[in-house]
Design a protein around this ligand. Structure first.
Ligand SMILES: *Cc1c(COP(=O)(O)O)cnc(C)c1O
Length: 421
């Protein structure tokens, strides 16, 4: 059975657990920086290439600061996400605002910050104009419809609520041109957790084709093509990371043929990955609380799906290491569960693992994206703290754990009608 590595020594881990208790997510700064550098290097042939880190994957300003230091911007879709970007020093056109079903005040907020506005629908043109004004740079999100794949996380494009149809794009850019807009971008996001590099090359080709057609037809000039996020990560130990050079080389070839070949360049290429940047460099540490033998053997943890709900909602695989038992035969079959009163609160189902005892520390891998971020308070569960393993080996707490007071803070207990506890 292949194992996945953990960037800590056992002794250091014991120290961290002694200080912070369990459960917690911990992120590896070095790994995150490394991923951003590999991505930027792969696309260094494109003048102006930029990764806009998708904040929703790991909404913590300490992480965003690392992203900024590595040259990345931020992809935001709500006012709180805009605030997080600004807190981390990501401002102006280093913010891509890709929202849908957008409230007025968020367009106003994004416009005030000078963010790049990426519209989700043609009906948002008058909405934006009326409520926030038309910016001088505009981007539209394209939904290619039934022609393209999709997958179990993002669904089929024709069933997805996002984006403009092709006809609407032509119409939308025409309207914007008539309104005096001079700077244009085109965006799409049709994949999630995709491991096949060809998918991203095909996406670039699809956008480049559209850019050629629209530029010629409307006589407008595009500044950038945003290929979206969605680069997958190897959740399973036998999977390989996506070869970013392969994506980049394929995109470059298409770029030279279509964009340069049609004398349209320079066109900046943007991406907005979340998962690929931080996903593999987050770990959820949790302790075994109970072991229960009924029709199956259940390992009950002090973490639950409030800390990581990908397995419960997508049936997603997350690798589990039992600390200190890496080399022992994985000859016991367990359902690894949390304490939520929902039977899908399982991190693993019928998983072969070494013999587990109460008090063992389990590491759930690849929780750096869509992990803490998807947490919730159902059943009165509280979200854990987040730690950051700095490059120099220090461990910094970048978010404290929620307390009961946080949970109760939106309730109105004042007055006499409630009993004292
Ligand atoms: C979720 C999302 C992303 C990031 O997706 P990953 O799979 O984490 O790379 C990027 N752009 C948009 C519009 C998204 O909704």
């Amino acid at each position: 059975m292949a194992e996945k590595a953990v960037p800590f020594k056992k002794s250091q881990l014991e120290e961290i657990i002694k200080e912070h208790g369990t459960p917690f997510h911990i992120y590896d700064e070095k790994g995150i920086r490394g991923n951003l550098r590999i991505l930027n290097k792969a696309f260094s042939w494109n003048d102006g290439f930029k990764e806009y880190f998708a904040i929703k994957a790991l909404p913590n300003p300490y992480i965003l600061e690392i992203c900024r230091e590595e040259g990345a911007g931020a992809d935001c879709s709500s006012d709180p996400e805009l605030i997080l970007a600004v807190k981390a020093g990501i401002v102006g056109e280093n913010i891509m605002f890709t929202s849908n079903d957008t409230p007025t005040e968020e367009y106003v907020g994004a416009r005030k910050l000078g963010a790049i506005i990426n519209l989700d629908d043609i009906s948002h043109i008058p909405f934006l104009e009326k409520n926030a004004g038309i910016p001088n740079l505009i981007c539209f999100r394209y939904n290619p419809g039934p022609l393209r794949g999709g997958n179990s996380i993002i669904g089929k494009p024709e069933e997805a609520k996002y984006g403009f149809t092709k006809e609407q794009l032509f119409e939308g850019y025409k309207i914007m041109k008539e309104k005096g807009v001079k700077r244009f971008g085109l965006h799409t996001m049709v994949a999630s957790n995709e491991l096949n590099p060809q998918y991203f090359i095909d996406t670039a080709k699809m956008l480049f084709e559209l850019i050629v057609d629209i530029s010629k037809k409307l006589n407008i000039k595009f500044e950038f093509a945003n290929l979206g996020g969605g680069i997958g990560i190897p959740y399973k130990p036998e999977q390989e990371p996506v070869d970013l050079n392969k994506i980049s080389n394929g995109v470059k070839e298409t770029y030279e043929k279509m964009i340069m070949g049609n004398r349209l360049h320079p066109l900046k290429i943007f991406m907005e990955n979340g998962r690929m940047i931080t996903g593999p460099h987050g770990y959820l540490f949790t302790k075994v609380r109970h072991i229960k033998n009924t029709y199956r053997t259940y390992v009950g943890l002090d973490a639950c799906m409030a800390n990581l709900m990908r397995p419960a909602i997508y049936g997603a695989y997350h690798h589990i290491t039992v600390m200190g038992k890496e080399d022992i035969p994985h000859n016991h079959i367990y359902d690894v569960t949390g304490s939520l009163c929902e039977n899908n609160d399982k991190f693993a189902i019928q998983r072969p693992l070494p013999k587990i005892e109460i008090g063992d520390i389990l590491v759930i891998h690849d929780t750096g994206a869509h992990g803490w971020a998807m947490g919730f308070n159902y059943n009165g569960k509280l979200r854990s703290k987040e730690l950051l393993l700095r490059e120099d080996g220090r461990v910094e707490m970048i978010r404290r754990a929620e307390t009961e007071n946080d949970y109760f803070s939106t309730l109105k207990f004042q007055g006499s009608k409630f009993f004292k506890v």
